[in-house]
Design a protein around this ligand. Structure first.
Ligand code: FAD
Length: 396
């Protein structure tokens, strides 16, 4: 069932209204439309994928798992340099690339083409400003018009006004981010910097980006405070090595949710991606979880529509499904985050020393997976010297 908004009358109605045209909403739209469901997706910006805030690093394996558009990939990442507060470096490299840098606008546009190709109606430059959900139906103010829907999918990214109003809670924690892509004249490898002055409770990064012969670097930071100061220091630190061509434009700032909201479903309601807080608490990566949750929402929402059982008890299966896949992972990542946030710069330096000398790297090699960090975290917590260091502050 294809529906274009200009065909909708005064009291337009659709099967599913999706708020937000990022990866979560677009994947849900494509998969629902493929089942013959009438989908209207609204994106407040005039162009899908713009503006960009994301670094665009995605696990190489995600492309296969979800048959993602490969024409939006730029360069592969096969090594990373980790830098401690005092400048100790540890390099980790893999024989085949672990991750890929994508062109996020092109990636989102490719997902949008697929959704439209499957029959979903996409409306850009239209904000959904109000939603009312009850057991009998959904009503939403889409631009100037009220639209009725049988099911609402909130895919509105890290914006939580609707979730708060609907009593779904807020993400457990947030960090601030600032990032910019700058032209570079010298190629270098991915680098991640740690330390309380570098990025309190987070880290700063420089990521190589190549488009043909053109080289650039995405410089960014996620931190609990002073994100602009952290960004300026990181840029100053890496500018020479990368031959950065800076025009002094400010970085783009954005809030990063770290942890799921209390409830991601309700009567006639599913919440996916960043809107649900489904982001890796360790790194802030969320593209994979957005796609995963968008796909799960389409599967469970599609079944619910087919049987016309759109009550909260039925849609709870969506939350159960993502929790079955991710809850242990989130718990482990939160445990590491809470331990790491107590480390002083000296502790972090010691940890780097340990990584260089004490056989931690073989553990990393054995357990690290880009989208799953639990095995690595458990192995680190079991490694006696690392455990002693990580938990030292709890003994004070
Ligand atoms: C600095 C930074 C770097 C990051 N780097 C990475 C990375 O390297 N790898 C990774 O995996 N993840 C990364 N992330 C996280 C990643 O960007 C998000 O997890 C991902 O974009 C979430 O997808 P989404 O579809 O849930 O939300 P979004 O991509 O945020 O899309 C939501 C869309 O909803 C629209 N919208 C919101 N409200 C409304 C409304 N009321 N009406 C209509 N439209 C609305 C917004 O305009 C937006 O386009 C990064 C995040 C930040 C901040």
């Amino acid at each position: 069932m294809t529906m274009h908004m200009h065909e909708l009358g005064a009291d337009a109605s659709v099967d599913v209204l999706i708020v937000g045209g990022g990866p979560a909403g677009l994947v849900a739209a494509e998969r629902l439309a493929c089942r013959g469901v009438g989908v209207l997706l609204c994106e407040e910006h005039p162009t899908i994928g713009d503006p960009v805030h994301c670094t665009g690093i995605l696990a190489a394996e995600s492309f296969e798992e979800f048959n993602l558009p490969r024409d939006a990939t730029l360069n592969a990442l096969a090594s990373a340099r980790f830098v401690s507060p005092s400048g100790i470096t540890v390099t980790y490299s893999t024989p085949s690339p672990l991750a890929t840098v994508i062109d996020r606008p092109a990636f989102d546009r490719a997902l949008a083409e697929r959704a439209a190709g499957a029959g979903a109606a996409l409306r850009t430059g239209v904000r959904v400003s109000s939603v009312e959900v009850d057991p009998s139906g959904v009503r939403a103010l889409v631009g100037e018009r009220w639209v009725r829907a049988r099911l609402l999918v909130l895919a509105c990214g890290a914006n939580y006004a609707f979730q708060r109003r609907l009593g779904l809670g807020l993400p457990q924690a947030y960090l601030h981010t600032a990032q910019r892509e700058l032209r570079a004249t010298r190629e270098s490898e991915l680098e991640l910097h740690f330390g309380r002055g570098v990025a309190p409770d987070g880290f700063a990064w420089a990521v190589p980006v190549t488009r043909g012969a053109e080289l650039s670097v995405r410089v960014g930071v996620m931190a609990s405070a002073d994100v602009l100061g952290c960004y300026a220091r990181m840029l100053a630190h890496v500018a020479q090595r990368w031959g950065v061509v800076d025009d002094d434009a400010p970085p783009r700032q954005k809030l990063l949710p770290l942890g799921a909201i209390a409830r991601t479903y309700g009567d006639r309601l599913l919440v996916v991606g960043d809107a649900a807080g489904l982001v890796k608490p360790t790194t802030g990566g969320g593209i994979y979880y957005s796609i995963l949750s968008g796909a799960l929402a389409a599967e469970i929402g599609g079944d619910a529509l087919e049987h016309d059982h759109l009550d909260a008890a039925t849609l709870a299966a969506y939350e159960q499904a993502w929790r079955d896949l991710l809850a242990d992972e989130f718990d482990a990542q939160h445990a590491l985050r809470s331990v790491a946030s107590r480390l002083s710069d000296d502790d972090i330096d010691e940890l780097f020393d340990l990584a260089r000398t004490d056989g931690i790297m073989p553990i990393v090699r054995k357990t690290v997976r880009f989208n799953r960090h639990r095995d690595l975290i458990r192995a680190l917590f079991r490694h006696a010297p690392a455990r002693k260091l990580l938990f030292r502050s709890f003994a004070l």
